[in-house]
Design a protein around this ligand. Structure first.
Ligand SMILES: Nc1ncnc2c1ncn2[C@@H]1O[C@H](COP(=O)(O)OP(=O)(O)OP(=O)(O)O)[C@@H](O)[C@H]1O
Ligand SMILES: [Mg+2]
Length: 482
């Protein structure tokens, strides 16, 4: 078991005590090897930095040279957090309270031992305890190293996940949002994320999880609207075998699967009342009501919830329980809609263009300034998701290297025709009353232009309007179109 040789560094300025340590360890020299002995803190740091391999450090508490005790422990741990430090000190001989020892442990020491009085020449400390502490310290070091390796791997994965779908935006609104995400990721409190459809609520929830201390644990997403209402409770809370006919095996619920991590409840307002009541209980007591189970089942899950609906309205109508709302809404994030941060459109569009070009193996495309203007002038009721979809259409349809305004308009045609409050402002104004005939003419002209914008040819437009092409053409001429 050569690999398991425990390499020790001794920090001790009294030769007498160094000898006592050596004597104590001599019977175990096949397993524990003293690699270096130094007299002060600075020499210890030098020795560690020199590349010598150590596993366990045995240090006296008070040594000369200025750097000692907790400060030295912290310095050593900052060089290599897996180094395990045993402190041997006289300070704890007559101690009745543990505050001194606790301070040592808090600063990073693995354990401490009280030195035998100076007149016991053979040993510095009860040999069995001393050696056992060194062995245990070594085992802990090995465990910490494998944990470090696993965590480094997980950190890489997390970076890849976040890098794949970055949360983009340089506008002041997005900068504020990023500060909030960072702040809200640290505490364990539940967060309610509200915002229009497609603003990035799910992406935000993911960012909160992966910036939190739960990042190595599960992140589970549930779309409450996507699960049939009568199945939602068994999905969330699970059931025990035999709970009802057909329950022929235990089913772990999503809360159980997310234990230790984060559960993202999307479209939370779609939860039926009975599930809302059960959810409230989990949030209040940290216990799940597993169907068919009498004993309590505790879980530690952070809940992030999202909705694109008007919460005040749903509370008024009792669709969302008020007590549940307060539990979910400990912290709240309001996601700004894309129309309030048009400055981000260029950045987002260019990112999506690059993404889809890469996906389709195309050379990168350039967005013309006119094309960007068209995108920036639109109101984007479907927010970033809609912009992403339009960009995909653009990349698929383009024949040129530079994206023209015309192409953008074509790709937006379909969505522009969707009813949206701000895309079709009313033309009526009390300051400017038109005679009916003129109004009628204006309306017909606007409507035909509107249909033309979403049609590739005049014939197509005529067809949409149920007109013969010849009639359509005449009307256009008469109305002064084209
Ligand atoms: N700021 C952003 N940067 C980059 N991509 C974004 C951003 N916001 C949203 N997206 C992308 O837009 C799409 C929609 O985002 P997401 O699903 O998070 O929206 P949502 O708010 O949950 O919408 P809904 O209410 O409809 O569920 C996703 O593909 C997401 O990656
Ligand atoms: Mg969503």
């Amino acid at each position: 078991m050569h690999d398991d040789l425990i390499n020790v560094l001794i920090i001790e300025d009294e030769t007498y005590d160094v000898d006592r340590i050596k004597k104590t360890l001599r019977p175990y020299e096949a397993k524990i090897k003293i690699q270096d002995v130094v007299k002060n803190g600075y020499d210890a740091l030098e020795s560690i930095k020199s590349g010598k391999h150590f596993d366990v450090i045995i240090m006296d508490y008070q040594i000369s040279g200025g750097l000692y005790g907790e400060a030295l422990i912290k310095k050593i741990k900052s060089l290599d957090p897996t180094l395990q430090i045993l402190v041997i000190t006289k300070m704890t001989i007559n101690q009745t309270d543990l505050s001194f020892a606790n301070k040592l442990l808090a600063s990073g020491a693995y354990w401490y031992g009280t030195k035998y009085p100076g007149d016991i020449e053979e040993f510095i400390y009860q040999p069995t305890d001393f050696v056992l502490s060194i062995m245990n310290a070594y085992a802990l070091k090995q465990a910490e190293i494998s944990q470090h390796i696993i965590r480094r791997r997980l950190d890489k994965k997390i970076k890849a996940i976040l890098g794949q779908t970055p949360l983009l935006g340089q506008s002041p609104e997005m900068q504020k949002l990023n500060v909030l995400i960072e702040k809200y990721s640290k505490p364990n409190a539940n967060v309610l994320i509200v915002g229009e459809s497609g603003t990035g609520k799910e992406l935000i929830a993911m960012n909160i999880h992966y910036l939190s201390d739960r990042k190595y644990e599960a992140f589970i997403t549930v779309n409450c609207a996507a699960i049939p209402k009568d199945l939602i409770e068994s999905e969330l809370f699970g059931y025990e075998k035999g709970a009802f006919t057909g329950a022929d095996a235990d089913k772990p619920g999503l809360f159980e699967q997310a234990n230790g991590g984060t559960l993202f409840l999307d479209e939370i307002t779609e939860l039926p009342q009975s599930a809302q009541a059960k959810l409230l209980r989990v949030l209040q007591e940290g216990e799940i009501d597993k169907i068919g189970r009498k004993k309590k089942y505790s879980v530690d899950v952070r809940v992030l919830a999202a909705t694109n609906r008007n919460v005040d309205d749903l509370l008024d109508k009792n669709i969302l329980r008020e007590d549940l709302f307060y539990r979910l809404n400990i912290l709240q994030i309001k996601v700004p809609s894309l129309s309030t941060r048009k400055g981000d459109i260029a950045l987002l569009t260019n990112h999506f263009i690059q993404l889809y070009c890469q996906e389709m193996g195309l050379e990168p495309l350039i967005l013309s300034p006119e094309a960007l203007k068209v995108l920036e002038n639109y109101s984007w009721p479907g927010n970033v998701r809609q912009l992403k979809n339009v960009t995909q259409r653009i990349v698929i349809l383009t024949n040129e290297n530079e994206i023209s305004a015309e192409l953008v308009k074509t790709c937006m045609g379909e969505i522009i025709s969707l009813p949206s409050a701000s895309s079709q402002p009313p033309e009526f104004s009390f300051n400017k009353i038109l005679p009916f005939k003129e109004m009628d003419r204006l309306f017909r002209r606007k409507y035909i232009e509107f249909i033309l914008r979403q049609s590739k040819t005049d014939t197509e437009a005529a067809e949409k309007l149920g007109m013969a092409p010849s009639n359509f053409y005449r009307s256009c001429k008469e109305l002064g179109i084209k």
